[in-house]
Design a protein around this ligand. Sequence first.
Ligand SMILES: [Zn+2]
Ligand SMILES: [Zn+2]
Length: 506
Amino acid sequence: MSIAQRLTKDFYSHQTLQTLIDRKGRYFDYRSNFNYFKDDNLWNEKIARLLRSHGYRNFDKLILNQFDDLLFGGTPTLLQKRQHYYQTKVKFCPHCLYEAKYHRLLWDVSLVSVCLKHKCNLIENCPSCGRHIRIHDLIGGACTCGLIYANVVNTKTPVESVLSAQKVIQSLLTGKKKNIRIEGNFSLTAREYFAGLDMFSKLLDGFPAQLLSFDNLEASFIELNYNLIRGDKRDLEMINFISTIAHELLVSPSKHLASIVEAIELKRATKRTIRGKREIFDRMLANGKFEAHKKIYSDYHNTSNQEFARMKTVMPNELKYCSLVQARKILQCDDITIAKFVQLGLLQFVEGKFGSRKIMLVEKESVVKLAQRRKELLDVSQVAKLFDITGGVVRAIAKRNLLKMEHGKEKDGYGRRLFHPTEVYVLIKEVEKQCVQIPEDSLEWVPFRYRELLNRHYHFSYAQTLEAILSGRFSCGKKTTSIQTLEDVYLYLPELTKMLAKKQGK
Ligand SMILES: [Zn+2]
Ligand SMILES: [Zn+2]
């Protein structure tokens, strides 16, 4: 029961007892039903003391101040009070009123728009004459037009999404529930929930209602107004609308968040500055419990809309694409080389946006992968060292395709021949497959070395010999169980001599 309810209007006097009580300093405060305790009010403290002395122990339960911590995390500003508490009019549930004729304090909280007990929308305008409902009329029981409030029967049943949002809002507000689980499996305290609800409501401020045709929510207004900065007003329908969508954005962002991000950042659909909206997004991204929101936000920017500038500032690490300048830095190469990589299909250009400009982007992951692979690549001289052969022989082997090139003149027109270590390994394994096991002290086998072949004036080149080994036309052996390099390979001397004789015989 509120204080105001206990005080009826003295119809014939210049003012009411209630406005007298609400008197602030010298001036009269005519806000008729603000059930809010104010320190600077002339009579508030005196009456509170009087009530307490008469045994009203739960005085705090009679005033809206009890919700301050939950809704604002402390003392509210004048604007916050206007946003969240009904001050000059009331709303009510006629069925509740029929059961017991008193004003429920919870009705004065803006966010409360539905009676959960009777599953109906609260009423804030007289169904007969359309007047705002004043608390003294409500307590008196009838509107100025004669309608008896408790007799109203044709109340509206809210849609399911409104009902489920209201269940959460009201149970957290009244302390029935202490926590709520949101998408991403994080648990919010009641205070965190209302801070989040406030944040998403602010995000919706200035939104054209037609863009938000979610969940059969009715909207007879054009634009959402949550902030009420210019002293504007909003009705219960709008509160219902904003709080339900804000609730869904907070609790299950996968429903609408992506389309809201698109409408705000891409279509610039709200009548507010984009900077203000982005500050809200930044707060959302900085909140550790909004992992699901963060993912939806970055997925949206990374895939649906490569708005590079935005991602670069807010989430550089989640950036899916990078600019050519960055790619050049990562790959340590020039633009021509990058263009070549794109030609070769190793990278892909994507057209993105930098503010309103178009910009060429490449997928960051593929750039990093390519850079990693390029770091591992061996050039001709490195391979030559590995096999103890000359660069010319490496080139000859590569040309015969015995060692697969990563890049090279013959393969893709690339200036330098480069090899990946795995291909070197593959070649060694291929040779090993052909090797027979030979005794450690055998003199019939000579090492397969470039120098060895040269010294014997062997007319087959190293590359040709290797080719013959791989095709099985030439015997080879190993003295160890496995070979690490081609230096561990041995050739069969009688076979070599026969070849030499053949040559000399000619
Ligand atoms: Zn009710
Ligand atoms: Zn009326």
